[in-house]
Design a protein around this ligand. Structure first.
Ligand code: IVH
Length: 716
């Protein structure tokens, strides 16, 4: 079992072969998709912001070098995952975007350099609005005729959730804008947050009442906003700082800082630390000053934001897929604390994987009480990283050790070090279980990596025979993004499961007809109405979309995005099911067909084959399908722009805009702006001085447009 530590770092992106890049791109896309979902929908991120940023940076670097890997569904094209289906959806008139990150001073210099080049500035002085980056939830408030009409969360950036009733309970949000002559339509954007003090007090109350304990102020703000009953939101002290805007029928000011003062005149609170800066030195000094003040502030911040002050320049700079070119978040390093590790518990996940969780002597890190820490896997505890590299200079983690924990932003903390000097004599080494803690005590194996080596994740081999895995499967099945059965939450499911009333998905649908015997209405806390509602909810889900159905099956590596890609690729359940059975039998033609689908590759295919190769799983699926009335065919993606889905190459000098601006516009309209011409290119837009790319276009018979023809095509 013991593995010798070898130092291995991921291959430099510049050295990846096309095949390696394809695999890595897919793996990272799946990973990012999972993290986005946990962060945005479940308010339960599993890695630190810094780790997430590193994954995202590597992913972006791969897409930059291999632009052919970019698809419309790529995580680089989205801002977080889609919103929960609980509140009415609101389409944002202007998308709500996120910010690019800077960590080092050099990143800030690069940001400014890019702006100067883009705007072709020489001596012009750039002013910046420097603002604390509040660690809360962004909100878009729409006012019409000065009255608050809707309040929407960011959601996936294009569509958020309607939380108007809840937002109306916030003191910091005016129902009516103050002042005369306010523009007819004003979308004021900013951050909803909970103070650290209010967060700690709320957790005390929650604990006393046996309710959910929130991990941090951001999660508690999110939880407080997502209440169906606005009086609960009203009882939670939430604040709001205005810092940005969406649609405006007229612009009252010409600068970012001007807008911030205008928000104040309208009746909003804005962050008092916001400052107008005139140089990069000024920005860096601001970063240091705010970092020093961070601990004293009564709200969480995770960095500062720099924005170009002139709005006409912001407009010219525009956006690169998900982030504006005119703003950047300069992040702070993570916060750390020391505490004692009391115990290690093993959690068994849906796919049987084991996660050791460290139980800590509670400690405050940046205003948050931390009691649990993920220890990832057996190797991590021993001081060996995922790729065999040495962690913590090889120091292992023992029970009773004093550990340094780090909380980067609002995520689950990590152990970054062990203080050997403080190790007690009786500190115990942790023996990773060789048997699953489930009643079956099945053998535990370590997963293989893609290259066939022993991986670091341990899993139970019991599959559906392991009750931990079964229940986790069922939890996924009823969850919001899957079958979304109202009234059948984790608690109820566990109750039914423990009594063997529900052991597999089909059992949920047979509950109504078995109720003459079960008599759910006699269970404490249920009653006739809730049972009637539950059965109505179950019945309403006998019609389900193909993508939800595929996702709900809980195949490994098939998250929502992958499920959607499979659903769109096959269109109907019959076609998909047929393909899965063939893939499981190793039918090469079907495997090649699946591989050719956007976003689908080896990992997913292997997982589909493993799932449908098991007769037990086929039985589960068959029994479930019998209980349903309709699996709705998947829709092909729609888009109404003339260039959506097309690949365009810009070459030569353009007169009405810079090439970067042209690319950005094309991407906004759903087109892909590529760097080189191939037979897959749909249009080449050529300005004066175009050379080899124009020749390539002629060679491949690709239509060539002038700048004006292009503008006409896109309707500008
Ligand atoms: S501006 C188009 N300003 O950070 C730019 N965002 O990582 C829109 N945030 O979604 C954002 N403080 O939730 C901006 N002073 C500030 C901010 C801020 C916090 C959050 C916001 C945004 C996220 C981006």
């Amino acid at each position: 079992m013991a593995k010798t530590a070898k130092t291995k770092t991921p291959t430099d992106v510049a050295k990846l072969t096309t095949a390696q890049a394809k695999v890595e791109h897919m793996r990272l896309a799946l990973e990012l998709e999972g993290h986005d979902r946990r962060y945005y929908q479940e308010d339960a991120p599993s890695i630190s912001d810094a780790e997430y940023d590193a994954l995202r940076q590597r992913f972006n670097a791969i897409e930059k070098r291999f632009p052919e890997l970019v698809t419309a569904e790529s995580p680089s094209q989205k801002i977080g995952a889609a919103p929960l289906g609980r509140f009415r959806k609101v389409r944002h008139a202007v998308p709500m975007l996120s910010l690019d990150n800077a960590f080092a001073e050099q990143d800030v210099l690069d940001f400014i350099g890019r702006i100067e080049r883009f705007l072709k500035l020489s001596d012009d002085k750039i002013d910046f609005s420097a603002e604390p980056k509040i660690d809360g939830l962004s909100m878009s408030l729409r006012y019409e005729g000065g009255e608050l009409i809707t309040a929407a969360t960011r959601g996936d950036g294009a569509e958020g959730e309607d939380v108007t009733a809840n937002i109306r309970t916030l003191e910091d949000v005016p129902q009516k804008l103050k002042g005369r002559n306010v523009p007819d339509v004003c979308e004021v954007r900013g951050e909803v947050y909970m103070t650290k003090k209010a967060f700690l007090a709320l957790n005390e109350r929650q604990k006393a009442a046996g309710d959910t304990i929130f991990a941090n102020p951001r999660n508690s703000a999110a939880g407080s906003l997502r209440q169906k009953d606005p009086s609960i939101t009203a009882s939670r002290p939430l604040g709001f700082f205005a810092y940005s805007w969406g649609q405006m029928s007229a612009m009252p000011e010409k600068t970012q800082t001007g807008m911030i003062h205008w928000f104040e005149r309208c009746g909003f609170k804005t962050n008092p630390l916001t400052k107008l800066c005139h140089s990069v030195e000024h920005l860096i000094a601001f970063h240091h000053q705010i970092e020093e003040q961070r601990g004293e502030l009564d709200y969480d911040i995770d960095g500062v934001v720099y924005k170009i002050d002139r709005i006409d320049w912001q407009e010219r700079l525009g956006f690169v897929s998900r982030t504006p070119r005119w703003a950047i978040a300069h992040k702070f390093p993570a916060e750390r604390a020391m505490t004692v590790l009391r115990d290690i518990e093993i959690q068994v996940g849906r796919t049987g994987s084991f996660t050791p969780v460290g139980k800590l002597e509670p400690v405050g890190v940046g205003g948050v009480i931390v009691q649990n820490v993920t220890l990832h896997n057996e190797d991590y505890i021993k001081g060996i990283g995922n790729k065999g590299e040495v962690l913590r200079e090889g120091r292992d983690i023992r029970l009773g050790d004093t550990v340094v924990i780090q909380r980067a932003g609002d995520v689950i903390p990590q152990v970054v070090d062990v203080v050997i000097d403080k190790r007690p004599k009786d500190a115990k080494e942790f023996h990773f279980p060789k048997k699953c803690p489930c009643p079956l005590h099945t053998d535990v194996v370590r997963e293989e990596t893609a290259t066939g080596e022993e991986g670091s994740r341990a899993r139970c081999t019991g599959e559906f025979a392991c009750p931990f895995q079964k229940i986790e499967h069922l939890k996924l099945f009823v969850s919001r993004r899957a079958f979304d059965i109202d009234g059948l939450g984790e608690k109820q499911l566990q109750y039914f499961f423990d009594r063997e009333w529900v052991r597999e998905p089909a059992d949920i649908f047979t509950l109504p007809k078995r109720n003459a015997k079960l008599k759910l209405e006699e269970i404490e806390g249920y009653g006739e109405t809730s049972v009637r509602n539950l059965f109505a909810a179950i019945d309403s889900r006998r019609r389900i979309s193909l993508e939800r159905f595929i996702y709900a099956l809980g195949m490994r590596h098939v998250g929502e995005t992958t499920a959607l890609a499979l659903a769109r690729g096959y269109g109907s359940w019959d076609a998909f099911h047929d393909a899965c059975l063939k893939v499981a039998k190793g039918d090469e033609e079907t495997i090649a067909e699946m591989d050719a689908l956007d976003q689908i590759g080896d990992t997913v295919i292997k997982s589909v084959a493993a799932y449908f190769g098991e007769s037990h799983n086929r039985g589960i699926v068959e029994r479930l399908v019998k209980e349903l009335n309709e699996i709705i065919d998947a829709e092909k993606p729609k888009s109404n722009s003339a260039v959506a889905g097309k690949t365009v190459v810009f070459t030569g000098s353009l007169e009405k805009m810079t090439r970067d601006e042209a690319k950005a516009t094309a991407e906004r309209l759903g087109a892909k702006a590529a760097g080189s011409v191939s037979k897959k290119t749909d249009y080449v837009v050529a300005g004066p001085g175009a050379g080899s790319k124009l020749a390539e276009a002629k060679k491949h018979g690709v239509p060539v447009l002038t700048e004006d023809e292009w503008l006409k095509l896109i309707g500008e």
